[in-house]
Design a protein around this ligand. Structure first.
Ligand SMILES: C[S@@+](CC[C@H](N)C(=O)[O-])C[C@H]1O[C@@H](n2cnc3c(N)ncnc32)[C@H](O)[C@@H]1O
Length: 301
């Protein structure tokens, strides 16, 4: 149905990706997806993703969002999922096959900024995709072109630049938060993009988005935040060291989960993770606009 190689780079762009593309990052994505699923699911349902729809998933990674979308659209719907990392796409394909969704998800190697499809999708979605794009406005504008009039444009992004204050100040958790944010920023990503979602949608030519936010909170024994933050720090470590922000010996990642947890428990900490933002809108129905204009003209005349 599609050309599976729409991008013909001589250099593999996935190599520049700040989180890397090793097995550990693939596992981290699945761990993270389990944390985020309920929120992404709420955003999808609230936005109106429903059975029978054709959905495009941008920057699918290990395919967790694609699988979620496939469940919501059911056997009468379908999902096309794209990523610029060939290895991760193969893993995502295997996972979809094992989950019994081989028939309604297609994984394609393509760049989010270039992928063009003859299909008019009912929805285009992406989770943690925009913050990695050099120009998020162009990315949203291009994404919106793939959607039919009246279709949904939805992004789930996070805030890694403006942490809500945790209790107490000055913890190891806070230091890890800052190190990840600074690495993302120096690598040219947009860890504070969540605050600009309205502007990005509007500058991309879309109407005002509905925006909802959720906040991960923890600090109890075994809390997911210790592992999530440690594994995220591990994924950005090569870039973090390149930027001289810290070094592996000093961070001692193998003991970081235990150290973060011990400190948090001793302080009765309340740790606040990155806010999760869902932003969506429907692409204007041009026929509807003409009808409205005709109605207005009739009133004025
Ligand atoms: C943080 S992961 C998120 C994966 C998935 N959306 C999820 O939430 O589990 C971002 C993914 O987007 C992909 N990506 C980033 N920029 C891209 C681009 N311009 N074109 C295609 N894929 C891209 C990366 O290769 C990576 O797999």
């Amino acid at each position: 149905m599609h050309q599976s190689d729409q991008t013909q780079d001589s250099r593999d762009p996935a190599q520049d990706y700040v989180l890397g593309n090793g097995v550990r990052e693939q596992n981290r994505l699945q761990y993270q997806a389990a944390i985020l699923e309920k929120w992404t699911g709420q955003f999808f349902v609230s936005a109106g993703i429903q059975p029978g729809m054709k959905v495009l998933d941008l920057g699918c990674g290990m395919g967790d969002v694609s699988l979620l979308a496939a469940k919501l659209v059911g056997p009468t719907g379908s999902v096309i999922a794209i990523d610029r990392d060939r290895v991760i796409l193969e893993k995502a394909r295997e996972r979809a096959h094992r989950a019994g969704h081989a028939g309604n998800i297609e994984f394609l190697y393509a760049n989010v900024l270039e992928f063009d499809s003859p299909l008019d999708f009912d929805a285009v979605v992406g989770r943690y995709t925009l913050l990695y794009q050099p120009d998020p406005v162009s990315a949203v504008r291009h994404a919106a072109k793939q959607v039919r009039s009246g279709g949904i444009v939805l992004f789930h992004e996070m805030d890694f630049a403006n942490p809500i204050r945790s209790y107490p100040d000055g913890t190891l958790f806070g230091r890890v938060y800052t190190l990840v944010a600074e690495t993302l920023r120096r690598a040219g990503c947009h860890p504070g993009l969540d605050l600009h979602l309205t502007r990005i949608f509007r500058e991309a030519g879309l109407s005002w988005p509905t925006i909802k936010a959720e906040v991960p909170i923890g600090g109890e024994p075994g809390c997911f935040l210790y592992t999530w933050f440690t594994e995220t720090l591990r994924s950005v470590l090569p870039r973090l060291e390149q930027f001289n922000l810290a070094n592996a010996d000093e961070l001692d990642l193998d003991s970081l989960v235990a150290r973060m947890e011990t400190e948090a428990l001793a302080c009765h900490s309340q740790l606040i993770g990155p806010r999760q933002f869902g932003a969506w809108t429907r692409k204007a129905v041009s026929e509807g606009r003409h009808a409205d204009n005709a109605l207005l003209r009739a009133i004025w005349d």
